[in-house]
Design a protein around this ligand. Structure first.
Ligand SMILES: [Zn+2]
Ligand SMILES: [Zn+2]
Length: 354
């Protein structure tokens, strides 16, 4: 199966074909909107197609075999320090994600309707996925390593399925002890294979394991399984004003109204002297209650004097695979099949050579 990857450069493509059949593209933009946003020259294999857009700009599309694409993605997204079974589990997840997307988008296209709105908004016209973090990070041949080559080869064409359909293979950093279910984070759809499971694995401070999952391990806090955030009354008011644009007045109460299976709050009532509002789901709660983003929405609220104290668990939405838990499982000798079966209950590994 071939995949069409949109490479983002602006506004014109500066490229050069090389003798060995690869090509070099100058000033590829990576990490768009993130703090590592920068331009880089990259080398690709496969075919290059230049799209001439209506607004006069150009888009480079790299047409490449899906398995080769995945080798670059795993090299870019995962640490070369990761254990082989973790790399294999992530390869199956990445492959399932992209094949589910392509199947859905092509089904929509063949029905003669426009592509789904999320993709139009991302400007993904004329290609399946972009090369940046928005989809999956793909940096051509630049960082390709042998461990990723081996993980892709060992799991060739394998995807995770449930009743014949490719699974929605979500993952997050650390579930905090229990994974969450899809409907408490996004649309009200129940996926049986995303049932909440216990995860005794991610409660770790093992530096060797954490370095394989956290790109900025040395800069980041390692207290993500159990954490605490404290705000002075005025600070909480100011954060809410900054993030929501609403002046709640003096915050009087914060009441978790509804929680998902893991304990993540998906409806929170904020009572202020000037304004009261019920907010959800988890991502909105995390954004409104932090200058950046709260680790998760799984927390209890208490007061110490006039301070607000949030005592919480986990990092991320917690749905699907727990990356830190999976890394620990791999370290303990579980196979990638066992890791995937743990986080995606009832799912089946299938070979798909569409
Ligand atoms: Zn994208
Ligand atoms: Zn976990």
């Amino acid at each position: 199966m071939k995949i069409r990857v949109g490479i983002l450069t602006a506004p014109h493509i500066d490229y050069e074909r090389r003798e060995n059949g690869t090509f070099l593209i100058r000033n590829v933009r990576i990490g768009i909107g993130f703090h590592w946003d920068r331009n880089e020259d990259q080398i690709f294999e496969g075919e290059l197609e230049i799209l001439h857009n209506a607004d006069g700009t150009e888009t480079a599309v790299n047409i490449i075999d899906l398995e080769d694409y995945l080798t670059s993605v795993i090299s870019s997204e995962m640490s070369a320090l990761s254990s082989p079974e973790l790399l294999k589990a992530h390869t199956v997840i990445s492959r399932s994600w992209v094949m589910r997307l392509i199947e859905r988008e092509r089904r929509i296209a063949s029905a003669g309707t426009l592509r789904s709105k999320a993709f139009e908004d991302g400007g993904h016209v004329g290609f399946d996925v972009c090369a940046d973090d928005h989809c999956q990070r793909y940096e051509g041949l630049l960082r390709r390593n042998d461990k990723a080559v081996e993980a892709v080869r060992a799991t060739a064409h394998q995807v995770l399925t449930y009743e014949g359909e490719i699974c929605d293979t979500r993952f997050s950093k650390c579930c905090g002890g229990h994974s969450e279910e899809f409907e408490y984070c996004w649309d009200d759809i129940h996926y049986p294979y995303l049932e909440s499971v216990e995860c005794p694995y991610c409660d770790t401070h093992d530096a060797k394991v954490l370095r394989t999952v956290l790109n900025n391990y040395d800069q980041e806090t390692q207290d993500f399984h159990d954490w605490q955030v404290r705000y002075a009354a005025q600070e909480l008011h100011d954060i809410l004003l900054e993030k929501s644009g609403i002046d709640f007045g003096e915050i009087q109460e914060m009441i978790p109204l509804k929680r998902g299976k893991s304990g993540r709050i998906y409806l929170l009532k904020i009572v202020g002297s000037k304004h009261t509002e019920e907010i959800g789901k988890e991502l909105k709660i995390r954004r409104w209650l932090s200058h950046k983003c709260l680790y998760s929405s799984w927390f209890d609220v208490s007061r110490e004097g006039t301070d607000w104290v949030l005592t919480g668990h986990g990092w991320g939405h917690g749905v699907g695979l727990c990356q830190i838990g999976a890394a620990v499982m791999a370290e303990q000798g579980f196979t990638y099949e066992q890791i995937l079966a743990h986080y995606f209950k009832g799912s089946v590994l299938q070979v798909r050579e569409a």
